[in-house]
Design a protein around this ligand. Structure first.
Ligand code: 5CA
Ligand code: ZN
Length: 478
């Protein structure tokens, strides 16, 4: 099977399948895939070593809520229910019994969490309350479903929900949430744009939505994370009341922020190449694969086998996830291909020469060439190479994303650039009808850049010609 990343959609589906990460399209429910052992290990390492680690370090506490939400609860916040009513899976029967109250498979959990917070929270002393859970959520997506990108069972949904004393505190939490997401994406070397979503595209029930978008290899933008200021839109209907410091009663101010399986889609898509996966060393299920080079005579073979066994022991003791590929039926070359497809960051080749010189030959997955390393220096060298590899993956990914972003003051040029799969930044007057026109005729409005200086001095809205007040990013999106 020849991989060709220039045909991205085909490449992505093939890599997921051939690297035995994730089985999609064969499980007999549309929009739902299966995490296979190798992919499940990658997912667990990302969740434990990156997502949970950063969330726990920033004052969040992990919880677990029921998956079923009664209809009356889901419908308490009017904008929320309008936003999700077409997307909810319902459980309507228990055994032979029709259920009194239909139960929703959670599409997200603001309603479930606000309901319980109304029972838990009574005083400002309990605030801020910062909870998160990593659970599957369910959305009856009607647009084309795609593995890890648009699922009906979003199997890895990290949703954080926080409650605060004031609008300002919730606002500050949104800023903190943006920093948390920057750390998570930076740790996986995923590049991102941060934009304020336009009013017509914010989360159902939010005052505002800040979104992280990355650019996939085909130039289309993918929303990989969102942060919402919910104001009191849920706490009032759910009566999440608390006594303020001044002893007055008030409703809490809430935020919520979510990431999903899309972080795996982005990491796999952006770092992969024509040989398959390229994984950041600190989350790779196998960090080092040892490939022994077959020897002609018995004695040399014995020496190589012993050397390999010791080396593997040493690396395991150092906490490195190492695997020796002793399969007789494969040539070294076939083994290289097999482990490159699976994105193993480092390959160590051991032949007679390495044994005689007490060294190893190391090949890094993301760059060509090999280096010889003295066995005694190997552990330290692997740490250095891991750092170097992650940094170069991050640099390369940001370079690519920046190469896909253009600016123009001309609507015709904007259309052409979006057609060519660029993200285009254009001056805008801020009026909704112009924004909606851009959304329809040029490209999806990702929103106002929050991650760069905006200068629209003397610029005109590319739709109506009025004075521009800001810029907006437009793109073809998933
Ligand atoms: N069908 C889907 N498949 C995969 N990922 C999805 C899907 N729908 C949304 N996502 C991802 O999940 C993130 C959070 O979803 S959301 O609707 O924007 N926000 C919420 O649900 C809020 N309750 C924050 S937890 C999105 O930014 C997007 O990256
Ligand atoms: Zn305008």
């Amino acid at each position: 099977m020849k991989l060709d990343k220039s045909n991205f959609s085909e490449w992505f589906d093939t890599v997921l399948r051939e690297a035995e990460l994730y089985d999609y399209g064969r499980y007999p429910v549309k929009g739902m895939g299966v995490w296979r052992p190798y992919g499940f290990k990658l997912r667990r390492l990302v969740l434990d070593n990156v997502v949970r680690k950063i969330l726990d370090e920033t004052g969040h506490e992990e919880v677990l809520f029921p998956i079923l939400i009664p209809k009356d609860l889901l419908e308490k916040e009017s904008e929320h229910v309008r936003g999700f009513e077409g997307e909810v899976f319902w459980v309507t029967k228990g055994g032979h019994q029709e259920l009194e109250v239909p139960l929703a498979l959670r599409p997200t959990s603001e309603t479930a969490i606000s309901y319980m917070e109304s029972l838990w929270i009574s005083s400002y002393k309990q605030l801020p309350m910062k909870l998160y859970q990593i659970v599957p959520v369910y959305r009856y997506e009607t647009k084309a479903t795609r593995p890890l990108i648009r699922l009906r069972e979003v199997s890895t949904f990290k949703e954080a929900h926080t409650a605060h004393e004031s609008f300002e505190d919730a606002d500050k939490q949104c800023i903190e949430a943006v920093e948390v997401y920057k750390r998570i994406f930076d740790s996986l070397a995923i590049p991102y744009m941060i934009s304020m979503r336009p009013k017509w595209d914010r989360f159902a029930g939010a005052l505002y939505t800040v979104a992280f978008d990355t650019v996939m290899p085909d130039g289309r933008a993918l929303q990989i994370g969102t942060v919402h200021h919910l104001g009191q839109n849920f706490s009032i209907p759910f009566e999440v009341r608390f006594q303020r410091r001044d002893e007055e009663m008030d409703y809490v101010w809430q935020t919520s922020y979510g990431i999903s399986d899309r972080i795996f889609a982005a990491m796999i898509a952006i770092h992969g190449d024509d040989r398959g996966l390229v994984l950041p060393p600190h989350v790779a299920p196998i960090q080092v694969v040892i490939v022994p080079i077959p020897q002609k005579n018995e004695e040399d073979q014995e020496k190589v086998n012993n050397y390999v066994r010791e080396l593997e022991e040493e690396l395991k003791k150092a906490g490195i996830r190492v695997h020796t590929d002793n399969r007789e039926e494969l040539t070294p070359g076939a083994k290289y291909y097999y482990w490159e497809l699976r994105g193993v960051p480092f390959r160590i080749e051991i032949g007679k020469r390495e044994v005689d010189n007490d060294e190893v030959t190391v090949a890094r997955r993301d760059v060509k060439g090999k280096v010889k390393v003295k066995r005694l220096e190997l552990r330290k060298k692997l740490e250095e190479l891991s750092e170097e590899m992650l940094n170069s993956m991050r640099e390369r990914a940001w370079e690519f994303m920046k190469s896909r972003i253009r600016e123009t003051d001309n609507i015709e040029e904007a259309k052409k650039l979006v057609e060519e799969r660029y993200v285009v930044e254009v001056p805008w007057c801020g009026r909704e009808e112009c924004g909606l026109k851009l959304d329809e005729e040029v490209g999806r409005v990702l929103g106002m850049p929050l991650d760069k200086e905006i200068n629209v001095e003397g610029k005109k809205c590319i739709v109506c010609g009025r004075k521009a007040v800001t810029k907006v990013r437009l793109a073809k999106t998933y």
